[in-house]
Design a protein around this ligand. Sequence first.
Ligand code: FAD
Ligand code: UDP
Length: 368
Amino acid sequence: MYDYIIVGSGFFGSVCARELTDRGFKCLVLEKRNHIGGNCHTEKVDGINMHTYGPHIFHTSNERVWKWINQFATFNHFTNRPIANYKGELFALPFNMWTFNQLWGVTHPHEAKAIIAEQSKEIGEPQNLEEQAIKLVGRDVYEKLIKGYTSKQWMKPPNELPKEIIKRLPVRFTYDTNYFNDPYQGIPIGGYTQIFDQLLAGIEVQLETDYLADKLAWDAKARNIIFTGPIDAYYDYQFGPLEYKTTRFEHKKLTDTDNYQGVPVMNYTDAETPYTRIIEYKHFEFGQTDTTCITYEYPEPYVAKVTEPYYPVNDQENNAIFGQYKALADAEANVYFGGRLAEYKYYDMHQIIERAFDLLDQLNAGQA
Ligand code: FAD
Ligand code: UDP
């Protein structure tokens, strides 16, 4: 009998597995995929750590989380400064004085603010992503850097998307091109998989095992379940499938150059280019290899049970469906739901670690 069967070996599941094991509980981790680490998994290819499911940059304001994660890897001083490519014109991201200078030739914050105020004067309280974006950065930035990218990324027009999505990005009237505001940021030297190897060291892990395919049998073997997969799948889609956004990652090794784009993240912000961005991983670790690896990210329609759910689509309709699933989840006695898919929230890694700490506190799991 296990004290906990933990479904999923991403950050949520692995943090819980490590901490509960260290407190003396007997844990088993079940993972559907053939590797650990969930979407943070990395794999070394020709000396370069490829991020299998898209680029993962660790950033946090939470000192506890930063100290905790630094036990498992050494983080480098990488700072994310992505570039937007709009039909060959390059712009600095996130939206900052460099962006406004490149777009309008302005050099001082008050000039940029005046243009934005003029371009957004028709917008009252923003009701959707389009209005929120125009309010924050004006119509020109919206048209060149947001409209096409967002429509591709979410496969929906921005006026049908929640405004919160765009608030993830800083808007700055300084020449600071750091994509994040957090004081702690970096990439684990050697990739993320080493972190999961350590988190799950000495813990029983069963790969290529879909818990839901044999749910009753697994339930009979555990006092408690921690589920980190999609909550709608757990409840067999009884209130209908939740909507997610998915992506196809096309990885390519280039042998004719050691430096393809000079930056790890280049966003293609026009509507016509079929991919949203190209990632060149070696720059995350200042790599010096003779070849390079890049990944094209193609948004694709999500089909429940068929394609991978990556991003929750937190609009009103989906949040209402999620509310129905959550009511069932809250009534469960020994099943705990956590992580991006089970909580249906657009969480980053550091937030997932915080949420796992919260669950561990809630379990009040002293020594077994
Ligand atoms: P996951 O990592 O999704 O792990 C869940 C695991 O559960 C998966 O391995 C899955 O196979 C398994 N599972 C599901 N159902 C079952 C089942 N029935 N049986 C067995 N196993 C099951 N965050 C950042 O902080 N910085 C970034 O730069 C960043 N970039 C991102 C880029 C992309 C393209 C994506 C998709 C996400 C990005 N994130 C980033 C977010 C980050 O990936 C998540 O916050 C984190 O991976 C969530 O961890 P998790 O444990 O909740 O879920
Ligand atoms: N976004 C955009 N243009 C960009 C980058 C981001 O319009 O060049 C928008 C887009 O809607 C995206 C959101 O900002 O979904 C949040 O961006 P972030 O980089 O946080 O998204 P993620 O990496 O999670 O896809």
